[in-house]
Design a protein around this ligand. Sequence first.
Ligand code: WTA
Length: 656
Amino acid sequence: MSSSQIDHLLEETRRFAPSAEFAAGAVATAALYEQAAADREGFWAEQARALHWHTPFTEVLDWSNPPFARWFGDGELNVAYNCLDRHVEAGRGGRVALLWEGEPGDERAVTYAELADEVKRVANVLTGLGVAAGDRVAIYLPMIPEAVAAMLACARIGAIHSVVFGGFSADSLRARIDDAGAKVVITADGGYRKGKVSPLKPAVDLALGERPGLGAQQTVEHVLVVRRGGNDVEWNDGRDLWWHDVVPQASAEHEAAAFPAEHPLFILYTSGTTGTPKGILHTSGGYLTQAAFTNRIVHDLHPETDVYWCTADIGWITGHSYVVYGPLANGATQVLYEGTPDTPHPGRWWEIVQKYGVTILYTAPTAIRSFMKIGRKVPRRFDLTSLRVLGSVGEPINPEAWMWYRRIIGGKTAPIVDTWWQTETGAIMVSALPGITETKPGSAQVPLPGISIDVVDEDGAHVGNGNGGLLVITEPWPSMLRGIWGDPERFVATYWEKFQRLGYYFAGDGARLDQDGDVWFLGRVDDVMNVSGHRLSTTEIESALVAHEAVAEAAVVGASDETTGQAVVAFVIVKESYLAEHSPEGLAGALRLWVGEQIGPIARPRDVYIVGELPKTRSGKIMRRLLRDVAEGRDVGDTTTLADAAVMNVISAQVH
Ligand code: WTA
């Protein structure tokens, strides 16, 4: 057995064909696959022409210097013009762009005309502060309309934004500001999270403050501050400006200049479950092309009638591509929600779906599993019948979570698209297409039209249907990363060196092809376990656990074992309704047997720990590395990227 083969254990045979009715109105067509296969570059050129180009391109792809791609290289466009002015000039300025809901329940509807106006003012303010094309601007804001306006204002003047998630600490913010050499920081006094104001400006002050040995040396000249939380803030005269003092006064006249297609649009630091953050660089024309195209065909977006809601924070790539750039380029009306799903009550998201009549919901498996944990009674209290398309992103979705999403949220009719992509890919790469694909719970299924992927062994050879291996992208794509900010060598080493001879991009994910050639993601390759010489994926065993009626969420890791090399150790969150009636010991024993029955003795966990929480990054990904430390009895390693640093203490206490 080749070392990259990953054994396939779980058989999932449920299938859901699209209804004739849905198929009849679907944005995507089956012909897209044929068109793209016949002429890949021509296909992408056609998608790019859906944007407005100040100077139309004549070149499509320049791959003469791999892995540094150029797409639409001689074309010029303005990203913000495409997201705003274009719609206003076409007479759609009165359409609502953002249906914003604050956590405390305040609301604002912002039309395309209003958003365009605000962005022009902010663009003028930034220019007045000395920000020029190519300069970096750090954005550290809650989910408020100003966050969207700040990003688009940067895009409008060709400044490169680096959005830093509002939940990150002053240290993380400082590292990102320094790495990018930001000239301006846009922040707020604070934002609402879990019923309280969570301060932001104080973290900026700390990040920009004196540092041992270095003093206050840094690149930031100004801090633009939105008033949102109403909390007290310190003020640095000359450096700090209130948004409300300068933006409304600024002129709303601003002509969008044209920038080359390869002009940098943003840097986004990967959350990463391992290693130090990398500043992933994206550029303009190719990125916007693929973000907008995929948002239309994968989410089946009908901008005139849909109410779209992507729940991601703008601090993540999903917020960049599917809250800001894709939907706004398409003229969508979307919900933007500031707060957490369970504040002030556990049905908050479903209340928002009901209130705005949300038709398309795009969220993460971690959220779905946390709703499973509290039970179906909560969503059942709301009218969710407006929902017609459901999406998932961020992790493999376990078949049982997929089924729950379909039954309880989608009313057994809404198609689910499980979308695989990365910060690095910029936009969706592998997904079903609603109305076209017969869906399979737990499978991301097929590469999108115009995207070429494969599942290969260590030598880069195709593994064949029925086998597992490493996911690679075999041809350049428009929204691909153009590099790591300031570190071209790391860019090459991380993604391209492994299959250099073949020119493949290595994604770091394990995947399996089923008998139809559809893709099933198996988790990060670094997390694969080796039990008695069998390479087992975390995803399949976790899915078997989640398929047990008592289990809401599970994480498994390989812990060193004298006899088997590694042994499977499971950490399990039990649904609230089961906790009262069952003892942890009884449940653990039952789950060991269950996994043995579901997938075979090789996968049966040596230990099952019932825990209250799992360690997750701030974007909701499970950090199995830390669980491995617990399973092997070591001190727990670096927890700085955890959403809640206290979780590991609780888990360690529960285990020992
Ligand atoms: C994982 C998020 C399985 C994967 C857009 C990838 C997924 C990493 C899926 C990127 C999916 C994302 N099925 N795994 N549908 N979507 N992943 O950069 O391991 O935050 O490499 O981008 O998330 O995470 P990132």
